[in-house]
Write a protein that binds this ligand. Structure first.
Ligand code: HEC
Length: 169
């Protein structure tokens, strides 16, 4: 059931159905993380075809955090992250050449923006994904869509304020 749900609404899954959404209704604004490539590079993850999550989040993930969230990340708490924290996940295609996993074109940029008052139904985080990393192509129209598309998969991470990433020295 979970697998089926994720397949329907996951990252790749929502690229198609939500692509038809032309305008994002007022009230669910999650800002594009301008300049995030200059933030702190947290970690990376490669989700290959061997992963049950490939359909949803397949690709090479490079996670960044802004200065606001960095102290909490480095100390491993205390949670929750302070308002104003932004995590960005730069998702790229990759190819395997003679055993080396090589970064390719940008697939998407996802973010989690912490604002406990603004995003109460999704753990105090605003979730958004931009197709191809294009700031004019947000795909999550409102908080209700963010729940199945993003929040449910992050919910098991509740003790870490719904984030997966940890500081790796
Ligand atoms: C199938 C499960 C799944 C779904 C669905 C999912 N994520 Fe994630 N997300 C993950 C995993 C696993 C990581 C850890 C990535 C890493 O460590 O490199 C992650 C990491 C992130 C991060 C970096 C912060 C962190 O938690 O480590 C952001 C930002 C993020 N996801 C946003 C989103 C958004 C926005 C959506 C919906 C469009 C979404 N995610 C949907 C599993 C998921």
């Amino acid at each position: 059931m979970l697998r089926r749900l994720l397949r329907i609404v996951g990252l790749v899954g929502i690229l198609l159905p939500l692509a038809a959404v032309s305008a994002i209704p007022a009230g669910y604004e999650v800002p594009f993380p301008n300049g995030f490539r200059d933030w702190f590079a947290v970690n990376s993850m490669i989700v290959t075809k061997d992963s049950a999550m490939f359909d949803q989040i397949g690709g090479m993930h490079i996670v960044y955090v802004n200065a606001k969230g960095l102290p909490t990340l480095k100390k491993g708490g205390p949670f929750p992250y302070p308002d104003g924290t932004v995590f960005a996940d730069d998702v790229h295609e990759f190819s395997v050449k003679e055993g080396s996993y090589v970064e390719g074109n940008k697939k998407a940029v996802t973010v989690m923006v912490k604002d406990a008052k603004k995003y109460p139904t999704t753990g105090g985080w605003g979730f958004q994904v931009w197709a191809g990393g294009d700031p004019s192509k947000p795909l999550v129209p409102d908080a209700a869509h963010a729940i199945p598309a993003c929040f449910e998969c992050h919910t098991p991470q509740k003790e870490q304020d719904y984030t997966f990433s940890t500081y790796i020295p």
